[in-house]
Ligand binder design. Structure first.
Ligand code: GSH
Ligand code: FE2
Length: 430
């Protein structure tokens, strides 16, 4: 292993052997970061490295990246791993190049390194870091600005998408926290978003949901009360309301979409500051799912997940694998470089959270899509969906989300109650 000391907190290296990892603790290292995807030729693999690191008493982080596909989430994960380590960190890839690249991206974004100093810094360590400069230039010039908030409880990704020119923004798919064991609700996630909005001096112009979620409560109503911004969802939500009105036996539910300020139809446009936004109807995961295309970014929620995680399920009431395939095909006909932001990340293999891909990546790397036709997709999706238990909160969440994120009205004792229909949904896994 060839090690380069970057600063007292960070060293970088090429691929360590197991014996190298065993000796790291006595050399003072407290955390090992592996930046190599497991499939890379010559990689030791995250499982073997993790075991060796833990045996040596080190913390271990798996942040697999490739140079051409670096996203903000990768840089954030690297920054966080450094910040959380109790002592010196060793980050490795194949040559050390990706480790140094991530280091300079963190330093430049956090204002500790100037763009024009990056290449010389790279050369002084024997690496060509021109790709870091291009990445940062691209980031600065790209609009809109997208900030993601991951909720580890439900693996949901919530977004604030803002217009740098006007500081106006939209909040997409915010989560209202709910602990099903105690029945307690909380606004921790939504308040984190509000704190970001305040710190950045943003004005919330829209509160958007992509679909009535089946696995968490929407914080749209709470955020509307806090910000005064209008709420919106796709106009097919009325069909979802009718469906669940029946399943909950709920005659007083207004199944007319009146719980939102605006219902978007396919192809409708609106704006966020000076950013143009367009709605694509994307059914399949639910009857009412929509995709928001905002500048070069598309918020694709539960259609495709990251390329290593496949696609969303299509077996909820009103779901359809055929419809999902058509919706995904429409998203994949956007320009190749369109940034796609997903609604969940289930962190396969325990990797760090990722949520941003491109049309080109999805088309070539998503195992549910690459080289697969409609019949193949439907067969694959239906087979997988038969193995998936229902989300644990589906019956809790829909009664809140078909009312735009409003909790049930309090009863005469001031308390709110949820209603759970028994023997109504199928899909139990005993
Ligand atoms: N275990 C999760 C499952 C949530 C779930 O079903 N998520 C949907 C999106 S709302 C999905 O498409 N999952 C795909 C998968 O689990 O493969 C829960 O209980 O909440
Ligand atoms: Fe969903």
């Amino acid at each position: 292993m060839k090690t380069i000391v970057v600063n007292p907190r960070l060293s970088i290296a090429d691929q360590p052997a197991l014996a190298d990892i065993a000796g790291l603790d006595s050399a003072g290292t407290r955390c090992l970061i592996n930046l190599r995807p497991d499939a890379e030729e010559g990689a030791l693999g995250s499982k073997a490295e993790k075991r060796a690191a833990e045996e040596a008493g080190l913390n271990y982080r798996f942040i697999p990246v490739s140079v051409g596909e670096l996203t903000e989430a990768d840089v954030d994960a690297f920054r966080e791993a450094l910040a959380q380590s109790e002592g010196p960190v060793l980050a490795h890839c194949k040559s050390g190049m990706r480790a140094l690249l991530l280091h300079v991206l963190v330093e430049a974004i956090d204002g500790r390194m100037a763009l024009e100093d990056i290449e010389a810094f790279g050369e002084s360590h024997g690496f060509d870091l021109s790709s870091a400069v291009r990445w940062l230039q691209n980031r600065a010039g790209r609009r809109p600005r997208v900030k993601a908030f991951f909720d580890p409880r439900t693996w949901s990704v919530q977004y604030v998408v803002s217009d740098p020119a006007t500081s106006r923004c939209a909040i997409i798919d915010p989560v209202l926290d709910y602990d099903e064991k105690s029945g307690q609700t909380s606004t921790k996630n939504a308040d984190r978003i509000l704190a970001y909005v305040a710190a950045q001096g943003l004005t919330v112009e829209w509160i958007l949901d992509t679909h009535p979620h089946a696995d968490h409560f929407s914080a749209a109503f709470y955020l509307k009360q806090k910000t005064g911004a209008p709420t919106a969802i796709g106009d097919h939500v009325v069909e979802v309301q009718k469906l669940w009105k029946g399943l909950y036996n709920w005659p007083t539910l207004a199944a007319d979409g009146s719980q939102w300020d605006r219902l978007f139809g396919d192809g409708e446009t609106f704006s966020i500051g000076t950013l143009p936004a367009r709605v694509m109807f994307s059914p399949g995961h639910t009857l009412a799912s929509i995709t928001y295309v905002i500048g070069d970014a598309a918020f694709i929620h539960d259609t495709m997940f990251m390329p290593d995680s496949g696609t969303a399920r299509a077996d909820f009431p009103g779901g359809s694998a055929q419809a999902l395939f058509a919706s995904i095909s429409a998203i994949l006909s956007l320009p190749d470089e369109t940034r796609l932001f997903t609604g969940h990340d289930y962190q396969p293999g325990g990797r760090h959270v990722r949520y941003e891909s491109t049309v080109a990546q999805q088309r070539t790397q998503n195992p549910h899509l690459a080289g697969i036709d409609k019949a193949g997709f439907v067969a694959l999706r239906d087979a997988r969906d038969r193995t998936l238990p229902m989300p644990k909160l589906i019956l809790h969440a829909l009664q809140v989300n078909v009312r735009g994120g409003r909790l049930p009205e309090p009863e005469d004792n001031g308390r709110r109650y949820l209603k759970i229909p028994l023997d109504t949904l199928e899909g139990a896994v005993w």
